[in-house]
Design a binder for this molecule. Structure first.
Ligand code: FUB
Length: 441
């Protein structure tokens, strides 16, 4: 294999170490900050190209602001297990970029004729503002080789590329307004003058365009500050260039107070998904964000049903996976979710339940007989829990948790629960317990 000279030793090292797997619901990635997710399906696999937030420090970017020096790509074929393929492009590998800009903002990636084109904004070395670059690879997982120069005639951020059924590719980006221009077949040059997309909201920041097509209708989605922080909105039109009509809201402002949101919408195995971000792993600093995904659906007239953000997220977990109950589908009001270690949010969360509380986790696949459950739990004073399948109203077993101040993994025997996909529910019969995760054997 010829190794392009622009690829650093560290990128290659990251590619070699890329077998690291992460299991998570929302947020999807637990070992680093991720934002601005563009989800794409390549070769039957779902790939997510997010920004990679880090923390700026004195002499490294602008303290208190967005800070990004490279990109990772993640993939999944089951939507519950995500593989980090490592760093695919860094600011120091881009000839035209400011190597200390820390501004590798929201990217996109598309495939054309077996090549993968990765679009990214960043600060140029020799001018103010942002430019948009392209890096090319033979694989969706990289390595990506950046072009010598940014795309001529484009100033702005948040590139998005849509390839229509007739093969014409369009580049969208933002910078005050949202712009569109045709791309040449080489995917690296504009084929038409940039146009401002008309009839979008004039008050409040709008950015992050993402366009997709469904049943002959074109959807232009974008974050927009209608009130205090960004919410996800969309407009619909008859062609990729519009005219677009503002149609509705896909997701309300973030309940976590994150000022930005940023979306992509993808169909994977006949289900539509919305990818977006909140700041789950950094509640006190909203420039360190975390990507999420939830299912999305349409009304008969093609309009989008508003998506409520969930912790449970997407995908069917295998009963043998570690199931993080704190990423629940529903719970009683008094059950709470707490960080395992508030000083180190990357260590995740647990649920705290008292007598009478319940917590439910939907869509767990019991594909063959299971004879044990392992519960990672603690219960000062002890507790009695009941495990059931909420979908069939079937009690499975009682779990007697002995008095314990520290976390323990306890094993309980099961009388082969019914095979199939089930919604799990744990109820507290007496006492109180903190539950981190469970797993079936
Ligand atoms: O991630 C930096 C910027 O924040 C993105 O480019 C915007 O879309 C917003 O999410």
């Amino acid at each position: 294999m010829r190794i392009p000279s622009k690829i650093t030793f560290f990128t290659l090292l990251a590619i070699c170490l890329n077998s690291f797997s992460i299991r998570a619901q929302n947020p999807l990635i637990l070992d680093q900050y991720t934002a601005d997710p563009t989800a794409r399906v390549f070769d039957g696999k779902l790939y997510v190209y997010p920004s990679h937030d880090i923390l700026c420090t004195e002499n490294k970017g602008r303290v208190g602001w967005f800070c990004m020096e490279d990109y990772h790509v993640f993939s999944s074929d089951n939507l519950t297990t995500w593989k980090d393929h490592g760093a695919i492009l860094s600011q120091t590998e881009v000839a035209w970029a400011d190597p200390s800009g820390y501004s590798m903002w929201a990217p996109d990636c598309v495939e054309r004729d077996g090549k993968y084109y990765f679009y990214f904004p960043t600060k140029p070395k020799d001018a103010k503002g942002f430019k948009i670059g392209v890096a090319i690879s033979d694989s969706p997982e990289g390595p990506f080789v950046p072009q010598e120069n940014p795309i001529a005639g484009v100033d702005g951020i948040d590139p998005n590329v849509f390839i229509d059924a007739d093969g014409q590719a369009y580049l969208y980006w933002s910078g005050g307004n949202i712009f569109v221009a045709k791309l040449k077949p080489n995917m690296t040059e504009l084929a038409s003058e940039p146009q401002v997309i008309a009839n979008l909201p004039q008050e409040g920041l709008k950015e992050g365009p993402f366009v997709f097509e469904r049943n002959g209708l074109y959807y232009l989605t974008y974050p927009h500050v209608e009130n205090k922080t960004e919410r996800l909105e969309y407009a619909m039109g008859p062609t990729p260039e519009g005219p677009f009509t503002v149609t509705g809201v896909i997701m309300d402002e973030s309940p976590t107070g994150c000022w930005t949101n940023h979306q992509s919408i993808v169909n994977f195995k006949d289900q539509w998904y919305l990818f977006y971000h909140h700041n789950d792993l950094s509640p006190d600093f909203d420039k360190n964000r975390s990507i999420r995904a939830d299912s999305l659906s349409f009304n008969r007239d093609g309009t989008i049903r508003k998506v409520q953000p969930t912790l449970r997220g997407i995908g069917i977990n295998k009963a043998t996976e570690t199931i993080q109950l704190d990423r629940y589908s529903s719970k009683s009001d008094s059950a709470t979710i707490q960080f395992n270690d508030p000083e180190t949010p990357f260590k995740g969360w647990h649920a705290v339940l008292s007598a009478g509380d319940f917590i439910r986790y939907n869509q767990v696949d019991f594909e063959s007989g299971r004879s044990e459950i392992v519960l990672h739990v603690k219960a000062e004073g002890g507790a009695v829990l009941e495990l059931s399948f909420a979908d069939t109203n079937q009690p499975i077993t009682k779990l007697n948790i002995p008095d314990s101040t520290g976390w323990r993994s306890l094993d309980f025997k099961l009388a082969n629960p019914e095979v199939g996909i089930h919604d799990l529910e744990i109820k507290v019969i007496s006492g109180a317990a903190a539950i981190d995760w469970l797993q079936f054997k």
